[in-house]
Design a binder for this molecule. Structure first.
Ligand code: RFL
Ligand code: PHB
Length: 394
């Protein structure tokens, strides 16, 4: 793909945000370039999210990349919550009228990449030293190096879809950013294993040894997580130790159904809540993880990114169609209103289910009382259900 020197929207990052945005803009005749630091193979192998809200599924449909998702995605109508030796189901369909779809972020990346390549899109993989300039002026500029050659591309807008560690947020003057952050005193150890899921739905487990989550990617692939210490090292966790710990934390029949198999992938991830506002700085927009991070307990990160993309692509379509700037000018405020509700829910799920080192016996008893309330009161269960399936995209 020959590199262009001029485009309408310069997109930094080929994660789900960047590729979805580029795909949706292309379907409305808007030109873009996507600059990605990593290789395509690396991006497609990165195992992350697994649960999609209906709003995200609808957006992928709008982008024309949902055929395989509809064939292979697993529709779940609820989750199980395990605590104090019992298993309790929250029925999303009955309480909130919808379910969620289990389909890996890796698969979304592949579907989007295939669609963009088929469309002849300009995606520069392994772009080095990407930098952005003049985004407060009318013609922002992006510089980067590709295959040893220094290049630049001028554009009308820049979309910072480059995740939490990207260059776009870092290019904004700190005086112009409001940062809100909470770092949790524990990590998640995640493992992917080729073994059938032990349950038809996800199991979120509260246990005195710490939180555990049994999730899945397909009828033959399980994805599991256990809460670990903040400074946990992967090398301290051979597969057998993870299976043993999971069995202890899940307990009962669920533990008995576990069929151990060697891990395919393992990772230790920190848990963080983070918001950087505003999400627009002149011609630069922050999108997805570049602007906000949630702990994974509520399965919201990818879904929040999709909601941002939907707002931004529609704003850009309106602008190019008629010069209407309402969407552009209201993007940050509208995106952040939804972001904060998902922040609240993710913080709440995390606080409800994890073991906190500083918790007293009082705090622990309150946690158990709240779990009992959430799983026995229709009003409380409905609140969980409507947040988990996803609040309206706008
Ligand atoms: P990404 O996916 O981080 O993509 C950013 C891209 O930008 C590139 N990049 C750069 N490119 C060029 N120049 C630079 N200077 C660059 N710096 C960075 C990066 O290489 C990358 O390709 O952000 P995006 O697109 O906003 O997508 C966000 C989602 O990936 C993220 O929110 C979710 O994965 C979070 N998440 C979950 N979300 C859900 O909705 N449901 C879940 O079940 C769920 N589970 C999870 C998760 C995240 C996890 N981890 C490891 C963080 C489970 C885990 C364990
Ligand atoms: C996953 O399958 O990776 C997953 C599912 C639910 C979560 C977090 C991660 O809350």
């Amino acid at each position: 793909m020959s590199a262009k020197e001029r485009t309408q929207v310069g997109i930094i990052g080929a994660g789900p945000s960047g590729l979805m945005l580029s795909q949706l803009l292309a379907r409305h005749g808007i030109d873009s370039i996507v600059l990605e630091r990593q290789s395509r193979a690396y991006v497609e192998a990165r195992i992350r999210a697994g649960v999609l809200e209906q709003g995200t599924v609808d957006l992928l449909e709008e982008a024309g990349v949902a055929d395989r998702l509809h064939r292979e995605g697993l529709v779940h109508d609820g989750i199980e919550i395990s605590f104090a030796g019992g298993m309790h189901r929250i029925d999303f369909r009955e309480l909130a009228g919808a379910g969620v779809t289990v389909y890996g972020q890796t698969e979304i990346q592949k579907d989007l990449n295939d669609a963009r390549v088929a469309d002849g899109a300009c995606i520069v993989w392994e772009a080095e030293d990407v930098s952005i300039e003049n985004f407060h002026g009318a013609q922002p500029l992006i510089r980067y190096r590709s295959e040893g050659v220094e290049r630049k591309v001028s554009c009308d807008f820049i979309a910072g879809c480059d995740g939490f560690h990207g260059v776009c947020r870092a290019s904004i003057s700190p005086a112009n950013l409001d940062i809100h952050e909470r770092v949790y005193p524990f990590t998640w150890l995640g493992m992917l294993a080729e073994t059938p899921p032990i349950s038809e739905e996800l199991i979120y487990a509260h246990h005195e040894r710490g939180f555990a989550l049994f999730s899945m990617r397909s009828p033959t692939l399980s994805r599991l997580y256990i809460q670990c210490d903040a400074d946990e090292k992967l090398e301290n966790w051979p597969d057998q130790r993870i299976w043993d710990e999971l069995r202890l934390r899940l307990g009962g029949e669920a533990a008995e159904r576990i069929q151990e198999s060697p891990s395919i992938e393992k990772v230790v991830a920190p848990l963080r809540s983070f918001v950087a506002g505003p999400m627009r700085h002149g011609q630069l927009f922050l999108v997805g993880d570049a602007a906000h991070i949630v702990p994974p307990t509520g399965a919201k990160g990818l879904n929040l990114a999709a909601a941002d993309v939907r707002l931004l692509y529609r704003a850009l379509v309106d602008f190019y169609a008629s010069g209407d700037k309402f969407g552009i000018e209201s993007y940050s405020e509208r995106a952040l209103r939804r972001v904060w509700k998902a922040q609240r829910f993710s913080w709440w799920m995390t606080t409800l289910l994890h073991r906190f080192p500083e918790h007293s016996s009082y705090d622990q008893s309150i946690q158990l009382a709240e779990l009992d309330y959430v799983t026995s009161s229709k009003a409380a269960a409905t609140s969980l259900a409507e947040n988990y399936i996803g609040l309206p995209f706008d």
